[in-house]
Design a protein around this ligand. Structure first.
Ligand SMILES: Nc1ncnc2c1ncn2[C@@H]1O[C@H](COP(=O)(O)OP(=O)(O)OP(=O)(O)O)[C@@H](O)[C@H]1O
Ligand SMILES: [Mg+2]
Length: 490
């Protein structure tokens, strides 16, 4: 058991040694090279929280660690692991039910997105990018609402593409109702803006067929060379003509074409983009309602994608250019385009936005929120502690231990904000009991009030419930393990 409990300590050291660029729990654990079997379970735990909810991946591991620590104490007192597991199970049910009592419904609609923005802001406030939390939260909420089906309460996050490019400021991050591709027009003299574009999306070569290396072409006179060249040119000319005939005004290809073909395209006034990746092609096809054409002969007018505006945007004085495909036929695909000083900042913003997007999605599924800053955990801890007295059996010790473990979250918050953990916690706890106010939490930013309602610190109800449930499940599973034997011991 000792070995199991020390797993949490292992995490903390490794977190600060090797990965100082992020404070996203799931990412840190994911990138750690852990040997300890229990540590591996913790990685899984945080991964499942990330998968189900998206946020709260640190909290779930802290809670599980605290539950293990408390369990160790009980085992030392001679309580059987199964009794502890049963007590934890009862306590988790009490806590999850209590969360519903302290939760509030947050009404929002497309004109009133403020509640969603506020909840996303809480998620972002614990991240490195919290300087821009307001604008990033607004972007996340607008992106989710653009792809959400509010009637079915369904959000397909795959339709939100998050792109980043080094340069500019974090404040320049923008939401584009369409797609951004890290490519430019193949020729600098091609038009930079195309309205009502009809797009041919090709995965076949868009150039004359090249002679295979296995074959030999004997060209011994100038005339022969000219004939070959003219034939090649005619072949390509026919291809361009075919595109024009079916009404395409832009060609996007997965393959490249040579400079000569490029020159010809420019002359024939058919803008083209080359070397576009498969994933991007698929997104473009979904957004513009077009079809990917794998064989040139199959190109027909119905397969063209449609977009209200395709434009090339250049950034600053650099040669960086991006292609914006906006007002698409299927307008539901959106892109969040992140700008930032360096790669680390962009990667961290991507992760933070992922959390915010998930929170907005969760609120659309279920619009209940609980208050953050440890207030929900303290309130649950009080409720679980009170319930323990009602159980006559040995389980009451485990239930009480569960209440103590819940306190570890507000204590961690207080400690990380430079406050005295025990003193702050006891003050807040007694305030909650005295005022019967479950919204009192840790005043991390020294705002001057403990009331998390006034501080607008919200978290989703389902996220918090999931934290309690997942942490309990994992700890119960660990308690049922007698010993860990590695195959090398044999
Ligand atoms: N302004 C604030 N005042 C007090 N507490 C806050 C504030 N903002 C966030 N918190 C609290 O911080 C905790 C969240 O911290 P953090 O985002 O680092 O971890 P997580 O959500 O558990 O994991 P992750 O975000 O890494 O997936 C929550 O308990 C939340 O209530
Ligand atoms: Mg968080």
């Amino acid at each position: 058991m000792q070995r199991l409990v020390s797993a949490e300590g292992v995490f903390c050291n490794a977190i600060y040694d090797s990965y100082p660029q992020t404070n996203d729990g799931a990412t840190i654990l994911e990138q750690m090279d852990v040997d300890n079997q229990i540590a591996k379970l913790m990685v899984e735990l945080s991964r499942s929280q990330d998968y189900e909810i998206g946020d709260g991946t640190t909290g779930v591991v802290v809670l599980a660690g605290a539950l293990l620590e408390q369990a160790e104490r009980l085992l030392e007192h001679g309580i059987h692991p199964i009794r502890v597991a049963e007590g934890y199970e009862m306590a988790s049910r009490i806590a999850v039910e209590h969360l519903v009592h302290v939760a509030q419904k947050f009404d929002f609609d497309e004109t009133n997105i403020e509640p969603l923005v506020q909840t996303c802001m809480t998620t972002l406030s614990s991240k490195i990018v919290n300087r821009c939390k307001r604008s990033l939260a607004e972007i996340a909420v607008k992106a989710v609402l653009a792809v959400a089906d509010l009637e079915r309460k369904d959000v397909n996050l795959d339709l939100i593409k998050v792109e980043g490019k080094v340069g500019g400021k974090l404040e320049d991050t923008e939401l584009i109702y369409g797609i951004v591709v890290d490519k430019d027009m193949s020729h600098p003299q091609m038009p930079k803006q195309i309205e009502n574009a009809k797009i041919a999306i090709l995965t076949c070569p868009f150039e004359p067929p090249k002679p295979k290396t296995k074959h030999k072409v004997d060209i011994d006179t100038v005339e022969k060379f000219q004939t070959l060249r003219q034939q090649e040119q005619k072949y390509f000319d026919d291809m361009v003509q075919k595109c024009k005939d079916i009404g395409a005004t832009l060609v996007i290809c997965q393959w490249g074409f040579d400079d000569e073909a490029n020159h010809l395209l420019m002359h024939r006034n058919l803008p083209a983009v080359r070397w576009v990746g498969g994933v991007e092609l698929e997104l473009i096809a979904i957004a513009t309602g077009g079809r990917i054409v794998p064989r040139f002969q199959e190109l027909t007018p119905e397969k063209l994608g449609k977009a209200g505006l395709v434009r090339e945007k250049s950034f600053g004085t650099t040669k960086d250019r991006m292609l914006y495909i906006e007002r698409c036929a299927n307008s539901r695909a959106v892109t969040i385009f992140i700008r930032g000083g360096n790669k680390m900042m962009i990667e961290e913003t991507k992760r933070s936005l992922h959390d915010a997007l998930c929170v907005a999605r969760n609120l659309i599924h279920n619009n209940s929120i609980v208050y953050g800053g440890g207030s929900a955990e303290i309130s649950c801890s009080i409720a679980v502690e009170a319930a323990a007295d009602r159980y006559p059996g040995v389980e009451q010790y485990a239930i009480r231990a569960f209440a103590d473990a819940l306190d570890s979250i507000p204590m961690a918050l207080a400690e990380n904000s430079g406050l005295q953990p025990i003193e702050t916690l006891s003050a807040v706890k007694s305030q909650q009991i005295k005022e019967n106010n479950p919204w009192c939490g840790i005043d991390c930013n020294d705002v001057g009030t403990n009331d998390m309602r006034e501080q607008n610190v919200f978290e989703t109800l389902i996220g918090k419930q999931q934290q309690v449930l997942l942490a309990t499940q994992v700890v119960k599973m660990i308690l049922k393990i007698d010993d860990v034997i590695s195959p090398l011991d044999y």
